[in-house]
Write a protein that binds this ligand. Structure first.
Ligand code: 4UV
Length: 550
């Protein structure tokens, strides 16, 4: 469908009609709405399965555990609008903690538990985290924060309790409280509920303020209505090995599943054979993936050893997927429909394949979906800003209640990302075809995606120029078959220095999580820059493409 606005913007909309979205509700009231009043929710149905231990939690268990944790962390001093950091691998405790914090009207900031001490400290300090919920094995990285008064809570290890580190609180104890003592704060739809970090279109990682309204809207856009865009049902078993600290897993899988009554099988990390064994054992019906996982399935010689016939839906997102891979993976999943989701931390889900709708539409491989319902999309010329018709590539812009409120303490970055008319500029280049399907063809923004994980060039550049022998540096993406993209650095070393590639890579390696490591270093005389001082990344990418690195 195509609507013409008075200002002549060409606006693309979903083929599904708009629906009523109860985004006046708090996140927990919305997600568990089926269990209130005359709701039809079955609280004995399975909600979460922990693949690591075999534990099963019903919907009642999940609500009660989350409420008990809420009561306990309130007792420990967490109040409305306070921030709690989750530094956990995929686990039921991640979900309990996130929901507990939401019940209190407090805010969760999610981080990768594999982050280095410096990466964690930066985010914990920037988001003013008062408490960190983690595992014993990560506590060493938190000593300085603990000394500064941040309370550390530790989840027991899979194989039983280990002695708690000094001053830490046991998560198991948090689940012993009386849930009837749950405080009932007044939560406004515009209150922040989560602060994941993202570098957006430029610069360093920033706190993305996701409100109750944004999350409720985003979940509803996918799973609500008579013909949901993403038809999860109470019969589904959705496997979740994608990292729960990322918006794709937490919004589009876990919370969306909980709204519908589906079960989520939580897997701490992706291991191909283990995942196939779990699909077979639990008769998994929905497999959400990122492109490298698709590649792993396609390349595996062992897929035939497993019964994968229960899978009815495979969803790929977080990075570009090659069309051939999409077609090849379907040969291994005989009963599955395949489609993509396209999203961004700041704008939640932007597009979803309509092949996943309850009454599905026929879709094309290679498309990353159709814009979600209750939202506007336009494609603009990157130079003139004029909106473009179908089949013309330009920057994708999205508008709707699902967008973030803004970047934490960064009104400038917020204003350059969401314009005065409410359009969020994604930094992705794509077009909409004659059937409303979106194809992403390039990226305008600096962001590098290593297996779908964010790598912010500005973060690595700041580290590089802090090296005494580096005068200037720029980091760009290089194409990679397995990871999609890898970060590589152009480096200007200071005069007379004997700096080697090894020196540079090992200097970075110690300071960042594994996927941000610089994979190659090219020494050069100067970094190409615009008169404004902005690095001309396009020139560097062209140099890579032409093999002219130095
Ligand atoms: O901020 P972020 O790390 O966020 C994501 C979010 C992904 C998804 C996927 C399906 C969903 O339903 C959902 O809710 C969220 O990755 O990175 C955002 C950037 O990743 C690229 C694109 O450059 C975004 O601006 N990206 C994400 N999905 C796709 C993609 C895709 N399907 N195809 C190509 N690029």
């Amino acid at each position: 469908k195509l609507d013409q606005e008075p200002c002549q913007d060409i606006i693309f909309r979903s083929k599904l009609p708009d629906i009523f979205i109860p985004n006046h509700l708090s996140l927990t009231d919305y997600v568990f709405q089926r269990f209130s009043g005359n709701g039809d929710g079955d609280s004995t149905a399975t909600c979460l399965i922990d693949s690591a231990t075999g534990r099963i939690f019903t919907y009642a268990d999940v609500q009660i555990n989350s409420q008990r944790v809420a009561v306990s962390i309130h007792r420990l001093g967490i109040r409305q609008r306070d921030t709690v950091m989750l530094l956990l691998p995929n686990s039921p405790e991640f979900a309990f903690s996130f929901l507990a914090v939401a019940y209190l009207g407090a805010v969760t900031t999610t981080a990768n538990p594999l982050y280095t001490q410096a990466e964690i400290a930066r985010q914990a300090n920037a988001s003013a985290a008062k408490m960190i919920i983690t595992k014993q094995c990560y506590v060493d990285k938190l000593i300085n924060l603990q000394n500064d008064g941040v309370l550390i809570v530790c989840v027991d290890d899979e194989n039983g309790t280990v002695a708690l580190a000094d001053g830490c609180v046991s998560f198991t104890e948090l689940t012993q409280a009386d849930e009837t003592e749950l405080p009932k704060p007044e939560i406004s739809p515009d209150d922040t509920v989560a602060i994941p970090y993202s570098s957006g279109t430029t610069g360093l990682p920033k706190g993305v303020m996701i409100t109750h309204k944004s999350l409720v809207t985003s979940i509803a856009q996918k799973v609500d209505g008579e013909n949901p865009n993403l038809n999860f049902t109470g019969d589904d078993v959705i496997i979740c090995f994608l990292p729960m600290f990322h918006t794709y897993a937490f919004n589009a899988l876990i919370l969306s599943a909980m709204r519908t009554g589906a079960a989520v099988l939580i897997v701490p990390r992706f291991e191909l054979n283990l995942v196939m064994e779990l699909i077979q054992r639990y008769k998994v019906t929905v497999v959400p993936v990122a492109p490298p996982v698709v590649l792993a399935f396609v390349k595996s010689q062992e897929t035939e050893r497993y019964d994968l016939s229960s899978v009815r839906m495979m969803i790929s997102g977080a990075a570009t997927l090659r069309k051939e891979l999409e077609e090849a993976v379907l040969l291994k999943f005989p009963n599955a429909i395949f489609g993509q989701g396209y999203g961004m931390t700041e704008s939640a889900t932007v597009a979803k394949s309509l092949s996943f709708a309850k009454n599905p539409f026929k879709t094309k491989s290679g498309a990353c979906g159709t814009v979600i319902r209750n939202a506007d999309m336009k494609v603009v010329d990157t130079i003139t800003g004029v909106s473009l018709p179908r089949n013309k590539p330009g920057e994708i812009c999205i508008r709707g209640d699902q967008l973030m409120k803004g970047y934490l303490t960064d009104p400038e970055a917020t204003a350059t990302t969401i314009d005065k008319d409410g359009w969020l500029h994604t930094g992705d280049i794509g077009y909409v075809d004659d059937d409303d399907e979106i194809f992403i063809v390039d990226r305008l923004k600096e962001l590098i995606k290593f297996k779908g994980y964010q790598v912010a060039p500005a973060e690595l550049e700041a580290l590089l120029i802090s090296h005494p022998c580096i005068e200037d540096a720029a980091v760009v993406a290089m194409k990679d078959e397995v990871a999609g993209e890898v970060p590589v650095a152009f480096v200007v070393s200071s005069e007379g220095s004997q700096l080697t590639e090894d020196d540079v890579t090992s200097y970075i390696c110690k300071q960042v999580v594994h996927y941000k490591r610089v994979k190659m270093v090219f020494f050069t005389d100067s970094i190409p820059k615009a008169p404004s001082g902005k690095i001309l990344r396009k020139d560097l990418r062209a140099r890579l493409a032409n093999g002219l690195m130095n």
